[in-house]
Unconditional design. Structure first.
Length: 364
């Protein structure tokens, strides 16, 4: 099957979709991705997996609503023009934004098979529900990353059937290297050699992630040091360093190369504020990236994470706004590290992404 995937953003913005594309390619399907930009290393990684990439537009940084409208309009126009010259059996809209952007722009003759991936709930944006309902009405398969999200979206979007759940699990990749001078590998190695354990948070670094209490908790421990990996959204790193001046910050590294940092961790952090359904029923890529390397997880006490960690026993939850609760969680992990690590790897191996993707494609 010839599969055309559209992403109205840079390729690096949705790592789970790239993993699913690799799995589809390994199933013997011919995969092409149209996007609005990508790093050279990401393109090379995809091309090494026999995936063709087409960049139709170099997405501009968004500072005003005009910039956002221009990005959407330009991608829609250029993608529509490019699609006319391609042959494919299925079109896969890689995000809600992509589906909304391309409403009414896809060639009717190619609509026999359509797939839509929805990675968020967008419960704070009712307009998304209306527009996604229109997009889903034309889709043969809707994919979501978490069980409860599937139930919620089935009702919200008036779907004829429950969305297919495919977790945000990374697809195996053996060629991981770090090509950036910003990666302080020697510092991390030195600290670990002194017997300290690396506590890693990866993702957006902002005031919405409750990282200040985490920095405070780690500063009170002689056994741990804190690494934050990801884009500093609103100057949060500077604030955090006033709380804990030994915090190591590693700027964003394109996936899957960021896993070279991940694999060094001893504790993996998952932290979201409990202020929306999308966070309560989160489906973090980090869950799979940590468990891939047997890294115990310390998570905010969220329903989706509480259910996973309670049943699979590869980490524990705490109140991420309370430093003492975090310290207690770190101590629990320290005393159960081997057990949690073994359970994490078992959790990771419980999902066969390649078989899931093949089953989904066979169903449309």
């Amino acid at each position: 099957m010839k599969i055309l995937i559209l992403i109205k953003s840079g390729l690096e913005s949705i790592p789970p979709l790239l993993s699913q594309a690799k799995a589809a390619s390994d199933c013997g399907h011919e995969v092409t991705i149209i996007s609005a930009g990508s790093a050279r290393t990401t393109r090379e990684n995809l091309e090494s997996n026999n995936i063709n990439t087409i960049q139709v537009y170099d997405q501009k940084a968004v500072s005003t609503i005009f910039d956002k409208i221009l990005n959407w309009y330009t991608f829609r126009k250029e993608a529509k023009k490019t699609i006319k010259n391609l042959e494919f059996d299925a079109i896969w809209l890689g995000s809600a934004d992509t589906a909304i952007c391309m409403l009414g722009a896809l060639p009717k003759k190619q609509r026999s098979k359509s797939i839509l991936s929805i990675f968020e709930l967008y419960d704070q944006y009712p307009i998304y529900r209306f527009l996604l309902e229109l997009a889903c009405s034309k889709s043969h398969a809707v994919i979501v990353p978490e069980e409860t999200r599937a139930d919620i979206l089935e009702v919200w979007l008036n779907l004829k059937s429950r969305p297919i759940v495919i977790p945000n699990k990374p697809y195996p990749n053996e060629n991981i290297t770090i090509n950036t001078p910003r990666f302080p590998g020697s510092t991390i190695t030195e600290l670990k050699s002194c017997g300290q354990e690396m506590v890693l948070y990866q993702g957006w670094i902002s005031s919405t992630r409750n990282l200040r209490s985490l920095a405070d908790a780690v500063s009170k421990s002689n056994d741990h040091f804190l690494v934050l990996m990801g884009q500093d959204i609103d100057g949060e790193v500077e604030i955090i360093r006033k709380i804990n001046d030994s915090v190591i910050h590693i700027p964003f590294i394109s996936p899957p190369d960021h896993l070279e940092v991940t694999r060094m961790a001893d504790v993996g952090i998952i932290s979201y504020k409990k202020d929306r359904l999308n966070n309560l029923f989160c489906a973090p890529n980090k869950t799979w990236e940590y468990s891939k390397y047997g890294i115990p997880i310390l998570s905010e006490n969220l329903p989706s994470m509480r259910y996973q960690l309670k049943n699979m026993k590869f980490g524990t939850t705490c109140d991420m706004s309370d430093a003492q609760s975090i310290i207690s969680g770190l101590e629990e992990i320290k005393h159960n590290k081997s057990k949690f690590a073994e359970a994490g790897k078992k959790f990771y191996d419980s999902v066969d992404l390649k078989n899931m993707i093949q089953a989904m494609l066979s169903s449309i």
